[in-house]
Design a protein. Structure first.
Length: 163
């Protein structure tokens, strides 16, 4: 049987906090520096670089990506478009539209990588050659969806498909 005892994970943190506190009392002591991995942790938890300011639904888009005629009710054979207006610059931003049926099932995810310099409209479309089932749907918009679950759902809108 080993007499070795493992320290609890919080003990090193307490020791570091004490060392920093003692050092803070000494006016000649250098300021503590960040841990080398701290920068990557901040980047992973960063707030999205852009703001989603508007969502519009319709069955057609203009050449600039804006919805030609906003609607909230569609026919089963319609193509459903969502125009997402964003503001603020960003580079390599993953903008995702997720379509969800009323029972919670995800119909489709579409992701586009954008690098806006200011206000920008990005359009997404959803089609179904067999026709959409009648019911209620919603579109969720995500910015920089991360595989580890640190996604940012920033907007949601609902619509209906009627016969």
């Amino acid at each position: 049987m080993s007499a070795t005892r493992k320290l609890a994970p919080s003990v090193p943190c307490i020791v570091i906090a004490i060392v920093i506190s003692v050092g803070a009392c000494n006016n000649n002591a250098p300021a503590p520096t960040a841990h080398p991995r701290a920068k990557s942790m901040v980047v992973r938890n960063a707030v999205p670089a852009i703001d989603v300011t508007k969502l519009e639904l319709g069955n057609a888009v203009n050449p600039d990506g804006n919805i030609a005629q906003p609607v909230a009710t569609f026919k089963p054979t319609d193509t459903v478009y969502v125009a997402v207006t964003t503001q603020r610059p960003g580079h390599g931003i993953a903008l995702k539209a997720r379509w969800v049926f009323q029972d919670g099932s995800v119909i489709k995810d579409v992701t586009k990588t954008i690098s806006p310099t200011d206000t920008m409209v990005t359009d997404f479309q959803l089609t179904n050659d067999a026709g959409w089932p009648v019911g209620r749907y919603r579109v969720q918009v995500f910015v920089n969806d991360q595989p580890d679950g640190l996604s940012h759902m920033v907007a949601i809108t609902e619509y209906a498909v009627n016969p």
